[in-house]
Design a protein around this ligand. Structure first.
Ligand code: SF4
Length: 349
């Protein structure tokens, strides 16, 4: 952060289609940093107590991290924030992909929405241009269709889109906000908060320079970190999925626990994504089977849990990818043509 940093957040009032830019002093960032912290501070301060999360006075925000877009690693996620219609308490939900840096590249440390539109709309920020546009033709469309249609009508495949589908429009309490044709900020029902505001999508493209106080030091630290991460790449090359899978099975029977190095997590995530920890999370009771009413190792004994194992999921993977500024690269696109539930193209769970 540059000394005397002054950040900017964008406020959009959907009741009358206006917007304003608010400047935030460095002190706010020193206390609340960014992402979740900055979002919580803004909402705590500006939203009245007791508001209906789907009402006119509820605030919904999208906030990237403090280091997003600076070249720092693991800084490519953004946080959706608001009051959760699911719990009536604090709601937050985050997602990777490429939407977070787009907020910073538009010159903002967060975008906050208040009020409700009477008709479906989307927010378009392209450089200095900020517009609320009609989204009636997109209402009812899935998130994948919506992103495709917006890119086509804007004639630009590089705009970043965050949108809701029919679940959010119909105020489902388990609806989320989707970017990158399938990455979802899924928790807290914040898709319904967007839906209640008739906000179908947020579309961003900018090229604002992101200030860094000491860029050389940041880049040196990043390079040092990446050198350490490269060790995991070499280990992944020595192994194959069968070996890792067998090692995982063996560990289930050991009568003791082993300390797990962070590098082990890197290897598992790089190879399998979070599907690499699903089976043993289920067996160990750390997965909400039947919304925590079920007992993992009873509902999914070893033979059954093998069916949801990492190897069974990644056999459908046709392409791997990294989210923005993430050296892990656990993302994968899957294609499944067999069985009862074929998938034409989708993100790996
Ligand atoms: S590639 Fe995987 S680990 Fe990296 S940000 Fe995306 S989801 Fe997270």
């Amino acid at each position: 952060m540059a000394g005397g940093y002054v950040g900017r957040i964008l406020w959009v009032d959907l009741s009358n289609g206006t917007h304003e830019i608010e400047e935030l002093p460095e002190e706010i960032y020193r206390h609340y940093i960014g992402g979740y912290g900055l979002g919580a501070r803004i909402i705590y301060e500006r939203q009245k107590p007791g508001v209906d999360p789907l009402g006119e006075e509820a605030i919904f925000g999208m906030v990237p991290g403090l280091l997003t877009g600076t070249g720092a690693q693991f800084a490519g996620r953004y946080m959706c924030v608001g009051k959760s219609p699911l719990t009536g308490g604090w709601g937050d939900s985050n997602s990777g992909g490429f939407f977070a840096p787009a907020i910073k590249q538009c010159g903002f440390d967060g975008i906050f929405f208040k009020g409700k539109s009477e008709r479906p709309v989307y927010l378009l920020v392209q450089g200095d241009k900020i517009e609320i546009r009609d989204a009636s033709h997109l209402w009812g469309k899935s998130t994948i269709e919506t992103e495709k249609m917006l890119k086509e009508e804007l004639g630009d495949s590089r705009v970043q889109v965050a949108c809701i589908g029919p679940a959010g429009e119909n105020l489902s309490f388990i609806s989320g906000v989707v970017t990158d044709r399938g990455r979802i900020a899924a928790r807290s029902g914040l898709g319904a908060v967007m839906g209640s505001k008739k906000l179908k999508a947020v579309v961003l493209k900018g090229n604002a320079k992101i200030p860094v106080h000491d860029r050389e030091r940041l880049m040196n630290e990043t390079r040092r970190f990446l050198r350490r991460m490269a060790i995991a790449d070499r280990i992944v090359k020595w192994t194959n999925k069968g070996l890792l899978h067998r090692a995982g099975k063996l560990m289930r029977f050991l009568p003791f626990h082993m300390r797990q190095e962070a590098i082990l997590w890197r290897i598992i995530l790089k190879k399998f994504g979070t599907s690499g920890i699903l089976a043993f999370s289920v067996e160990g009771g750390d997965t909400p089977v039947k919304n925590w009413k079920g007992v993992g190792y009873i509902e999914f004994p070893l033979k059954r849990s093998a069916r949801i194992s990492d190897a069974n999921i990644i056999k459908y993977e046709v392409k791997k990818y990294h989210c923005y500024s993430c050296p892990i690269g656990c993302g994968g696109i899957i294609k499944k043509t067999d069985g009862r539930y074929p998938i034409e193209e989708g993100h790996k769970p």
